[in-house]
Design a protein around this ligand. Structure first.
Ligand code: PGA
Length: 247
């Protein structure tokens, strides 16, 4: 596991973007795993810039998003579908048919989840996956207690996640209580993973994920077992870490 402490959010975003840029230069038809949330937004801005300047091309790229609220309409301002389109997809030259987000409206979510897994396999697996981390150590919507071998499935959100995400909604009651998420097993199969994290509110989760015991109560801790993972940690988010930079 490689751990890089960054002085600022901007530095974290630029370093994350550099990894994506290198990936796309080496393999223009890469399969990318993407995260919503506020943390990767700066990195997406950098990638939009690189695309507009002609440094990278998304025309052959296939993407799979980690998660989405269950049954949320795509056009809902808070859907991950719309957020990703606004913050990223609408600004780059990716083909609509190459974008995959687990936005699903029907009751038969089990077959949808199996299909999502199948599509990832058929695309050749995820080459590079970006993840964030929740205050409770979740990755995607794999809340504490999620099995490390879990696959794409419907999950209940914990109170702490509902509370954290209520900042985007009018009130807590409006936050969806269920989601569809790639599993920890799905995420760990990505060939390369980067974790981006920002802000002192995440410091405890970061310390647990990077230096704590590998335990299903701290889903992100399993990343320690991945053979090609980079933690890009903004300084305040890394305040409780014992070890320092490993560039
Ligand atoms: P955030 O979300 O980037 O909005 O903090 C991360 C997460 O909850 O996984």
């Amino acid at each position: 596991m490689k751990l890089i402490l960054c002085e600022t959010y901007d530095e974290m975003s630029k370093k994350g973007a550099e990894i994506f840029i290198e990936q796309l230069k080496n393999k223009p038809d890469s399969v990318l795993g993407l995260a919503t949330g506020s943390t990767p937004v700066g990195m997406y801005k950098e990638l939009i810039k690189a695309n507009k300047e002609g440094e990278i091309d998304f025309s052959k790229v296939i993407t799979f998003n980690l998660d989405e609220y269950y049954k949320i309409p795509m056009e809902n301002e808070q859907s991950f579908w719309l957020t990703m389109h606004k913050n990223f997809f609408d600004e780059i030259n990716i083909k609509d048919e190459n974008i995959n987000i687990p936005n699903y409206q029907d009751d038969d979510y089990e077959s949808f989840c199996l299909e999502y897994e199948k599509k990832i396999k058929e695309a050749g697996g995820i080459d590079l996956q970006v993840v964030g981390i929740g205050h409770n150590g979740h990755v995607g919507f794999n809340e504490p207690g999620s099995s490390f071998s879990s696959r794409t499935r419907k999950v209940d959100l914990t109170e702490s996640t509902i509370e954290a995400n209520s900042r985007f909604f009018k009130n807590e009651d409006e936050v969806p209580k269920e989601a569809i998420t790639m599993g920890m097993g799905t995420i760990m199969e990505a060939k390369k993973i980067i974790l981006v994290v920002n802000g002192e509110g995440k410091a405890k989760a970061v310390a647990g994920a990077a230096e704590g015991e590998v335990n299903e109560e701290m889903p992100a801790s399993v990343l320690q077992k991945h053979n090609d993972v980079i933690f890009l940690i903004e300084k305040e988010a890394g305040a409780l870490l014992k070890r320092k930079n490993e560039k």
